[in-house]
Design a protein around this ligand. Structure first.
Ligand SMILES: Cc1ncc(COP(=O)(O)O)c(C=O)c1O
Length: 462
């Protein structure tokens, strides 16, 4: 292995890198990125990579959008900080909330800003508890999430997340968070079960869980439209309508976590529209500012706002908020981002490119290493399998997915391995047709090399 460069050594000696094996990192060092342009990022040797993950599913407008830079600089000069506490306000936060209300897929009364998706989902959970206290339902507090969901990493949002690595030895999940079945047909359907029957069974699972716990104790259900970090899981067509009927039956507040799927990723402004459901509340982050600055938000309905009014009458204030809730510079960048989405028809243009993206993705489903190629809009995943026919995964310890990511990097492509040997792809929304083709050409070559390696290591089922 090549000796670490100066920056790599300093990184290893100073930083905790999230979602990284802290042991192997000491040998391999991190890939140090220096700059970006369009859908490309460049490492410190000047090598170019297609950013096939839009950073962390977030840099929708790519890497050198000068208008976003100017929006931030102008706001920094005018008013670099202002807050929304204790009856203070400022124009950028007001305007951004107005714009979000305008494009919301359901009636939204107010927007509460925070800095990350985790904080936003944490706040969603607190608000649900607060609301049910305001409404005189102190026992209706449990929140149902799903196995393989990803909702963040703070204590509450990591509890909502349904992935073992976010729970093991962190002593999570906390009480009053439950997880129902994951809508992944390929992995969890019974032999011969149709997508429709699978969706019906999952809705029955949810109902059974609610009845077992007691409907008067279950407050909310939270879901991503397409599950992201859990494996880019696209539910069956009828899944959400069936699930929503169960939620409605037991008066369960529905939160759509749009942190990845919001802002055009699935071909509609919000993912819930593409998946055919109407939530009560939405969580937004990431592409809200094209990730140029951290900002996230909760878009809440009037029933939630009325609960805050009741509590303010009772307590005298709303005891929640972050120093940087609605930070003016982040808000200014988000306003500009939304303006560009509209002016440049970013969602529509991306939607026109989605068929090619999905076609090239699904073609890789034929590769001997790929068990399932799945996706929707401009997001996809390849689930690698040791035995394609039997859907048998590789031994996780062999690191086949990680090997594919390394080969992709050698080809000049950034993709990510998630949830075992699943390769995720989620490029910036501005990716051009030729760049989509180039992305999948590189990914195909990386898979071929990974296959050769896996054969040499005798990792494929005989
Ligand atoms: C669907 C979803 N919700 C919440 C989060 C957490 O966001 P953050 O990392 O900004 O806390 C993420 C992050 O990837 C996400 O994908």
């Amino acid at each position: 292995m090549a000796p670490l460069t100066n920056l790599q050594t300093r990184a290893v000696e100073t930083l905790i890198h999230p979602y990284t094996n802290q042991v192997t990192l000491r040998e391999t060092g991190p890939l140090v990125i220096e700059r970006g342009e369009g859908v490309f990022i460049y490492d410190t040797d000047g090598k170019a990579y297609i950013e096939g993950m839009a950073g962390l599913w977030c840099t929708a407008l790519g890497y050198n959008n000068e208008e976003l830079v100017q929006a931030a600089a102008a706001q920094m000069r005018k008013l670099p900080f202002a807050h929304l506490f204790t009856a203070k306000s400022h124009d950028p936060a007001i305007e951004l909330a107005e714009k979000l209300k305008e494009i919301a897929p359901v009636p939204i009364s107010k927007v509460f800003f925070c800095n990350s998706g985790s904080e936003a989902n944490d706040s969603q959970m607190k608000l649900v508890w607060y609301m049910n206290n305001a409404l005189g339902r102190p026992d209706k507090k449990k929140i149902i999430s799903r196995q393989k969901a990803y909702h963040g990493v703070t204590i509450a949002s990591a509890s909502l997340t349904g992935l073992p690595n976010n729970h093991i030895d962190f002593d999570l999940p906390i009480a009053r968070v439950l997880h129902t079945s994951c809508p992944h047909h390929y992995r969890f359907a019974h032999e011969g079960e149709s997508e429709e029957d699978f969706a019906t069974r999952l809705a029955a699972d949810l109902e059974e869980l609610i009845l077992r716990e007691g409907p008067d104790t279950v407050a909310a259900f939270i879901a991503e439209p397409v599950m992201g970090a859990g494996g880019v899981i696209v539910p069956p067509n009828t899944y959400f309508p069936k699930i929503m009927a169960v939620c409605a039956k037991y008066d369960i507040y529905m939160i759509s976590d749009e942190v990845i799927c919001g802002f055009g990723r699935l071909g509609t402004p919000f993912g819930c529209t593409a998946l055919g459901y109407k939530p009560h509340s939405l969580t937004v982050a990431k592409a809200l500012s094209s990730a140029y600055l951290p900002i996230a938000g909760l878009m809440i309905p009037d029933e939630m706002y009325q609960a805050l009014i009741i509590e303010s009458k009772k307590i005298g204030t709303f005891g929640h908020g972050f120093t940087y809730s609605g930070h003016p510079v982040a808000a200014a960048v988000a306003i500009k981002t939304l303006e560009i989405y509209k002016r440049d028809r970013i969602f529509e243009t991306a939607a026109a490119r989605m068929p090619l993206f999905q076609k090239r993705l699904k073609e890789l489903g034929e590769h001997p290493l790929v068990g399932e190629a799945r996706g929707m809009g401009l997001v996809g995943a390849l689930e690698l399998a040791a035995d394609k026919r039997k859907k048998q995964p590789f031994d996780g310890k062999k690191g086949v997915g990680a090997q594919a990511v390394r080969h992709a990097e050698a080809e000049g492509l950034i993709v990510r391995v998630i949830g075992g040997d699943i390769i995720s792809i989620c490029p910036p929304m501005i990716i051009a047709l030729a760049e989509i083709n180039e992305l999948f050409d590189r990914l195909g070559r990386a898979l071929d090399k990974t296959l050769d390696w896996a054969k040499r290591e005798q990792l494929l089922a005989a």
